[in-house]
Ligand binder design. Structure first.
Ligand code: GDP
Length: 294
């Protein structure tokens, strides 16, 4: 996967043959190629700048190992820096309580409802029972969509006909789970096409009144820079415990993931790799690093 970048670096380092040390000046052209690869992968500009400084600081002064060519050594440093930034890995859902409440949030279309279903399925395979709570009262078809998703993964769905207060729906769902011996409640909250104050206020109120054990942000891996802006806004409004990035089965190189991790600092939990309910995978920083470098 790293071949094309290495090819580019090989020619950039032509003049470097015989030099035993990586320096700022002899790496300049190579670092430019790495920077372009990251920008092409949709990593945000600010993040690329910080990252390149970090890589340059790590690389300058390193002796080129006898067994490696300079381009291999630089790619190794870049790759490791990416893995460090994308990690650490933590795909656990921490479902120890009698009823664990997971709150899912994100922009409309990010893949929230689908990811709720995927999580309910995953939780089912671990021998626990999940209840899906239809708290997205904004989008007319959302409640129905959650019922379809719930049915396909064999999970119960809690919804209230004609409800207008999502906070009450969430509270009642938790009560229902307690009374019916269900282990996990997954709150499918409302999204908007763009961040707005009313949405954030609603989510903050749910967070305050329902006290979910964990809050996860679902971001669309295809949206590049937008993913970064929304992650920033959600992270400022709520205390996020993790991020799930969807649609990584497409062509997107996934650079947005690096930016989202950089701006939120919270672990990437899972990635969505298909529309189907089994399309949720634990996140592997090493695979993602290769994909981002292209
Ligand atoms: P919500 O508005 O955030 O609840 O988004 P939905 O769950 O309705 O998803 C929006 C669209 O994205 C739907 O067509 C989903 O099938 C699709 N989708 C969600 N996750 C993935 C994924 O990981 N891969 C692909 N290819 N499509 C996805």
């Amino acid at each position: 996967m790293l071949d094309s970048l290495q090819d580019g670096l090989r020619s950039a380092f032509k003049t470097l043959r015989g030099q035993g040390r990586l320096t700022e000046s002899n790496m300049r052209e190579g670092l430019k190629l790495v920077e372009n690869a990251l920008l092409e992968a949709d990593v945000s500009y600010i993040v690329v700048k910080d990252f390149m400084k970090d890589v340059s600081d790590k690389a300058v002064g390193q002796d080129v190992l006898k067994a490696l060519k300079p381009e291999q050594q630089l790619v190794g440093i870049v790759n490791q820096a990416l893995i460090d930034l994308l990690g650490p890995v933590d795909p656990t859902l921490k479902l120890e309580k009698d009823v664990t409440v997971l709150m899912m949030c994100g922009l409309q279309g990010a893949g929230k409802t689908t990811t709720c279903g995927k999580l309910a399925r995953l939780i089912g395979t671990e021998g626990k029972k999940a209840l899906l709570c239809a708290a997205d009262l904004q989008r007319p078809a959302a409640v129905q969509q959650l019922h379809v998703v719930g049915e396909s993964v064999g999970a119960k769905v809690y919804s209230e006909e004609g409800a207008t207060d999502p906070i009450a729906v969430c509270q009642n769902a938790v009560k229902f789970a307690r009374e019916n011996g269900l282990d996990v409640v997954i709150l499918d909250t409302a999204g908007r096409l763009a961040i707005d104050e009313e949405l954030m206020q609603q989510l903050k109120t749910i967070d305050l009144k329902v006290q979910p054990d964990q809050v996860f942000l679902v971001v669309d891996g295809m949206t590049g820079q937008d993913a970064v802006n929304s992650a920033k806004a959600f992270n400022e409004a709520l205390e996020l415990d993790g991020v799930m990035m969807t649609k990584l089965d497409g062509d997107a190189r996934g650079g947005a993931l690096l930016s989202v991790k950089h701006v939120t600092g919270v672990p990437i939990k899972f990635i969505g790799v298909s529309e189907h309910m089994d399309g949720l995978e634990p996140f592997h920083p090493d695979r993602m690093a290769s994909r981002i470098l292209g």
